[in-house]
Design a binder for this molecule. Sequence first.
Ligand SMILES: [Ca+2]
Ligand SMILES: [Ca+2]
Ligand SMILES: [Ca+2]
Length: 280
Amino acid sequence: MATLTKIGIGIFAVALMLIGGVFAATAGVSLSLNNSQPTIVSVTPPAAVDPTECATSAIGAILVNASDSDGYADISLASSYVNITKGAVTYTAGTCVQISASGPSIEMSCTGASFNYTDVAGAWTLTAHVQDVSGGVANASTTLTLNSGVLMRANNAPITFGTVYAGSTDNVNTNSPGFNLENCGNVALNNSITGAAITDGGTNSIAATQFRMDDDATPSGGDGGNDAELTLTTGAQAFNKVGGFAVGSTFNLWSFLNVPTGQAKATYNVGQWTFTPSAA
Ligand SMILES: [Ca+2]
Ligand SMILES: [Ca+2]
Ligand SMILES: [Ca+2]
């Protein structure tokens, strides 16, 4: 391409001619500064991305092959990027570095974008934007798959009751802050609960059926939520959030305990209940 040095020489020559009064000499000045537009040869997406439980997932390197007949060095890495878009959400992989280059061709790797765990699964559009130093632009698109993730997390476990007494009923768990399940993926969830006996690690045991779970804190009929209390068993039973367990939401749960009369005095802290999510 023409250089700034050449432009300077041309203008200087014209100025000299004007001083000399030879106006017609200006017709001899001609500058040609045509820039060749860059082109994109290919855009290669990274492997499909899995959402990460209640966290972000880095999007792998997006490879962009581009060409510019002014030479690969005419392409500005700093001005090139890849947008990752679905609906109204756009992320930008704005850090593009050279992988290889020769003649008019350059291969760059663009990174720096992440998916949030609540982002919608499916095909996202990758649009590469390659720009040269003269502002010439090329765009090209492909797609990247964000997988769906059935992910759930139990917060503020274990479930605790403090000190309770044999023969007492409707003891409410004392977790503070309260025990809850969190939808940590990108699909609405159903939930099931599998109970278990809670033992002292030896022969003393409180059966699973002495425990109930509810979506409100009032035992025995006070249903502030809409789900009725669920008496636990050692089998899986559905217990779903009223109105659905939506992406990005939590499901508060309380547990009630009836301690049988004559239950041995001991510390009961061995046993595990399982909360199992599935796609709603
Ligand atoms: Ca160019
Ligand atoms: Ca209740
Ligand atoms: Ca309820």
